[in-house]
Design a protein around this ligand. Structure first.
Ligand code: GLN
Length: 463
């Protein structure tokens, strides 16, 4: 029997290669499970093929398959081409299970901003799975998909992975094509894998990474090495004080992370303190100028004339206003207003220009730390999964949940979440951040730690 909750993609591939299971059986093992978590916005019929099934976040354009980005404005939109990452999955024979839930236009940290209702955390259905890619994370830990793709602008792969007990990678900016992916903030958006373990994560990254002529920000990437090392000998690991002692980090989260750091030391890593004071102090504020500014420009295309929803209006202007009024939810509207304000003449230098300079400072501060360390560690999220509704009415509390994931995103750096323990019966995520293009280092360290930690990725209540 196929154990959808435990089977890794690597194990699935072995079974498929040995013809011990058929592709159709494997697909059915996931497709037939009840989605009481609302992980999916759309589930596909078996497209056939001989590869491993996969779920894609609903911001990833899929030819002829609904792609809503969690928004009413795209409810009826059917892309006429595949995003490069979706095409790469197809080329590898991966079979599309469906499209996973997301906060509207990937704006959020809980999936509660999805126009189609929130997803639930497989560890405790009364809690959020994180966001924006909560659907992908819930699907992987809930046994609805062996692995998935998410997208990460300020933490949307790492944070849901942390809250659902998955391994998730936000790749270095420029390693994975954004072509055909619904744009939120183009200088930050990156697609990346969500998986049950580090090796699967690395393997999926190898399928999607690389230069794409359709996205001029992409580059050739170093060959991906599937990690095997069991130790961390010679690895220099920095522990940024501000990111490990920030206000608001729950004691249970701190304790699990501290234990993982001690374990890293016992595996041979050289652990030392370091400091990223300005990145932590200004990261969130800087992000909430840069990301909305880019979003306000990117979302201008949803005007009723080109995509999806069109509401009635007496003239073109009225039609555009009615469409955007009806089709966009509160969070995208809030960001469009913040972004438009930050970019408006007279305010541009004070807000957007200043934020860009702060971003450069954040990048430099990280670069300095990586002169001494191969990677740095911190909690991924200051808290474990919170209750549905707990922060939904308070945008600032929601934004602060990204305190620890945002700085490295602003710096364009790769980050890997691995589960490192439980607090109050809920997963705690450890964030490993490296310099640009250091994905192999993250995989190596993540794999060694994962082996030593022995975290059981299957939610306790489903075992
Ligand atoms: N939670 C952050 C936001 O709301 C990050 C989202 C993301 O990475 N897409 O913008």
């Amino acid at each position: 029997m196929i154990d959808a909750l435990r089977l890794t993609a690597e194990e699935a591939k072995k079974l498929l290669d040995a013809r011990e299971i058929s592709g159709a059986e494997l697909f059915a093992a996931y497709a037939e499970r009840d989605d009481d978590l609302h992980a999916f916005l759309y589930r596909c019929d078996d497209p056939g093929g001989d590869g491993i099934p996969i779920a894609l976040k609903d911001v990833i354009g899929t030819k002829g398959v609904p792609t809503t980005a969690g928004s009413k404005i795209l409810e009826s939109y059917l892309p006429v081409y595949d995003a490069t990452v979706a095409a790469n999955c197809k080329r590898h024979g991966l079979r599309l299970l469906g499209k996973t839930n997301t906060d509207e236009f990937a704006m959020g940290s809980s999936t509660e901003n999805s126009a189609f209702g929130p997803s639930r955390n497989p560890w405790d259905p009364a809690r959020v799975p994180g966001g924006s890619g909560g659907g992908s994370a819930a699907a992987v830990s809930g046994g609805l998909a062996p692995w998935a793709l998410g997208s990460d602008t300020g933490g949307s792969i790492k944070q849901p992975s942390a809250l659902c007990g998955n391994v998730g990678l936000r790749p270095t900016y420029g390693t994975v094509s954004r072509f055909g992916v619904v744009a939120f903030a183009s200088s930050l958006d990156q697609v990346g894998p969500v998986a049950k373990n580090v090796r699967d994560c690395a393997y999926l990254y190898s399928i999607i990474a690389g230069r794409d002529a359709n996205d001029t920000t992409t580059v050739e990437v170093p060959e991906v090495e599937l990690p095997t090392a069991q130790d961390l000998k010679g690895m220099r690991i920095g522990v940024p004080t501000e990111m490990n002692e920030a206000d608001g980090i729950e004691p249970g989260v701190s304790a699990a992370v501290r234990k993982a750091i001690e374990l890293a030391e016992s595996l041979g890593a050289e652990v030392g303190e370091c400091s990223l004071p300005r990145s932590v102090d200004y990261g969130v504020a800087c992000y909430y100028l840069v990301a909305p500014a880019e979003a306000s420009s990117n979302l201008a295309r949803y005007d009723g004339a080109r995509y999806g929803l069109r509401s009635d209006g007496d003239d073109f202007r009225e039609m555009v206003m009615a469409t955007r009024h009806d089709g966009l939810g509160d969070e995208p509207k809030r960001r469009i207003m913040i972004g438009t304000y930050a970019l408006s003449s007279g305010y541009y230098d004070a807000y957007y220009g200043k934020a860009q300079r702060v971003r450069t400072m954040i990048r430099r501060e990280h670069a300095e730390v990586f002169e001494k360390f191969d990677l740095i560690v911190s909690p991924t999220s200051p808290t474990v999964a919170f209750a549905i509704g707990e922060k939904a009415g308070n945008p600032l509390a929601m934004y602060l949940n990204d305190l620890l994931t945002i700085p490295s995103c602003m710096a364009g750096l790769p980050g890997l979440n691995i589960p490192c323990g439980l607090s109050e019966g809920l997963p705690v995520g450890l964030q490993l951040i490296g310099p640009q293009f250091a994905e192999n280092t993250l995989f190596r360290a993540g794999h060694a730690l994962e082996q030593a930690l022995g975290f059981d990725v299957v939610p306790e209540r489903l075992r």
